[in-house]
Design a binder for this molecule. Structure first.
Ligand SMILES: [Zn+2]
Length: 151
């Protein structure tokens, strides 16, 4: 009985912590680019994932910067892009302050989800198995990115 009671107390403490955060987080997400496709919106605002090997940006080798498809925030330099073989555009580091992160427990896994620091839109997950000196691998949905070549 006492144990159940404690469990209940624990649960309410957890929801007290999580619910306002979830509320605030959903409040910060907003559609800025009115031309986003249905698929883009599903990834950016419902944390969807595009099909692997479907992004044309996988083969993008030019110098330039990758921006948020929703708000235009500058996220990655082409210098940090590498071929991870996973089927999603991958980067060893993001530009300073480009993203915020949260822990994502969906699909029975513990992953670090990251979202645009300006508009809150979901972009991908970051892993600690990158090949470069940062050790990071930002696994980004190509549909969330807009590439602007330097030249
Ligand atoms: Zn954004």
């Amino acid at each position: 009985m006492r144990r159940n009671f404690l469990k209940l107390i624990n649960l309410s403490i957890i929801s007290f912590i999580i619910l306002p955060y979830k509320f605030l987080y959903s409040q910060t997400k907003k559609i800025i680019n009115k031309n986003l496709t249905k698929e883009q919106k599903n990834i950016l605002f419902n944390e969807g994932t595009e099909k692997p090997f479907s992004s044309a940006l996988l083969h993008e080798k030019r110098k330039g910067f990758y921006h948020c498809a929703n708000c235009g925030n500058k996220l990655f330099s082409s210098d940090s892009k590498f071929d991870s073989g996973t089927g999603w555009p991958s980067f060893s580091e993001a530009l300073p302050g480009a993203f915020k992160t949260k822990i994502d427990y969906s699909f029975g896994m513990k992953r670090i989800e990251y979202h645009c620091a300006v508009c809150g839109a979901h972009h991908g997950h970051v892993f600690d198995d990158g090949p470069s000196k940062t050790g990071k691998r930002f696994c980004n949905n190509g549909l969330c990115l807009l590439f602007k070549p330097s030249e």
